[in-house]
Design a protein around this ligand. Structure first.
Ligand SMILES: Nc1nc2c(ncn2[C@@H]2O[C@H](COP(=O)(O)OP(=O)(O)OP(=O)(O)O)[C@@H](O)[C@H]2O)c(=O)[nH]1
Ligand SMILES: [Mg+2]
Length: 383
């Protein structure tokens, strides 16, 4: 082995410099081509939404379940306008269609029949109190909740619709148990506030969130986990934070953050392995992401708010279907120079997490590597 190496080095020494240079360039080009091809094969490309996934069901005023209705989809209209502008040689990108209501809440839900009720109870309590007149006196809706069932095989869909029915029909709905505070009675909500979208097959949290955000009608769009771990009433802080940093086009992102809780009881109580993996992931993030994303203390919190004008710069270019999607969203926002702000929120450990600490951490590290590589070599495009 040593002899072979020595012979090769001797041969290289004898070779003319032009030949050496050629060998080096060929080696570099084939290396780049290999990396590009590899990333082309492994980088996830989301599947197109199926016909049924572009519909929703809700509860009608008489309490019955609606037949599937067409979802309004800003992204389809936006893409069509963009294509038209391109054909007409216009350089300026079109604007996203106007909001129909103030707040859209997207809830990704994978087998969440146990946890969804408590989260919804808190969400509607806050939304109805804060943006009160939702649909009152036949008026327009002010908020909506889009529950995206991510190929759930349990009773998630029925749970969501039962919640909508009981809260819209009864004057005194029986409150669901929530992780934060118990109310004496549930909140009465107008019909149509809750829409259920069903993905035929499981895509992962990133796929479910992105799908919901393609169909949001709000001026602000927040996604929130179905487990109710984030203190929902901190939504107001996110809105304030976002408004404070929005640019001239109204673009802004507010990132719910648990970074201030590191060292607190809730985090310390987590297993040593989980905390170790969390810190390793943060280190990896800091090394591999561009500066504004790298500065964010908590990229993974399931409570992030986007102003509507920011959406066309992020949602059409999303690829990640799994847990790493938050990082992709933030990197896209950063590359479009959208102002971002991290906002400390209340948070609570909720039983029933489906996260597999070891496998999902490995998956996240792999996902981050592929994402960064695909960005670097141009497999993922951002315009
Ligand atoms: N595990 C999992 N969750 C999904 C999936 N698709 C959507 N989700 C939703 O993603 C959200 C986060 O799931 P959790 O199990 O609470 O995971 P987490 O919040 O990242 O982790 P914890 O901090 O342990 O709670 C929930 O609303 C899930 O229902 C999926 O394919 N798998
Ligand atoms: Mg959770």
């Amino acid at each position: 082995m040593l002899a072979v190496a020595q012979r090769s080095i001797a041969l290289l020494r004898q070779a003319p410099p032009q030949l050496l240079l050629l060998a080096l360039v060929t080696f570099a080009i084939s290396g780049c081509a290999f990396v590009y091809l590899f990333l082309l094969i492994v980088a996830p490309i989301p599947r197109a939404p199926r016909r049924s996934e572009k519909t929703y069901v809700t509860i009608l005023p008489d309490g019955s379940r609606s037949s599937p209705k067409e979802l309004s989809c800003w992204i389809d209209k936006f893409a069509a306008q963009k294509e038209l502008a391109r054909r007409n040689g216009k350089a300026k990108a079109p604007e996203i269609e106007a909001a129909e209501l103030f707040m859209s809440v997207v809830v990704p839900a994978y087998n969440e029949e146990e946890r969804l009720g408590g989260m919804l109870e808190e969400a509607v309590a806050y939304l109805q109190e804060e943006y009160g007149s939702n649909g009152r006196d036949g008026g327009k809706l002010v908020w909506e909740i889009l529950i995206v069932s991510d190929g759930s095989t349990d009773g998630t869909i029925d749970k969501a619709l039962d919640f909508a029915r009981s809260h819209q029909l009864s004057l005194h709905p029986i409150p669901e148990k929530g992780p934060w505070k118990q109310q004496k009675e549930g909140r009465h909500i107008p019909h149509g506030s809750i829409r259920v979208i069903v993905l035929e097959e499981n895509r992962g949290k990133g796929g479910a969130v992105t799908h919901g955000m393609r169909h949001a009608r709000g001026q602000y769009v927040v996604f929130a986990d179905a487990d109710g771990a984030s203190l929902f009433s901190d939504l107001g802080k996110l809105v304030e934070g976002c408004k404070a940093v929005e640019d001239a086009e109204g673009r802004g992102v507010a990132i719910g953050s648990r970074a201030h809780l590191v060292g607190s009881e809730a985090v310390v109580k987590r297993s040593k392995l989980r905390n170790f993996l969390m810190h390793s992931f943060h280190l990896l993030l800091r090394l591999m992401t561009p500066p504004a994303t790298a500065r964010i203390g908590d990229t993974q919190c399931g409570f992030k708010l986007f102003s509507r004008p920011a959406l066309p710069y992020i949602i059409p270019y999303m690829h990640s279907e799994g847990w790493i999607f938050d990082v992709e969203m933030l990197m896209l926002a950063e590359s479009a120079e959208i102002p971002m702000v991290e906002v400390a929120i209340g948070w609570k450990e909720v039983l029933g997490s489906k996260l597999n600490v070891v496998w999902d951490s490995l998956g996240m590290a792999w996902g981050l590597g592929v994402l960064r590589g695909a960005w670097g070599v141009g497999v993922y495009r951002r315009t």
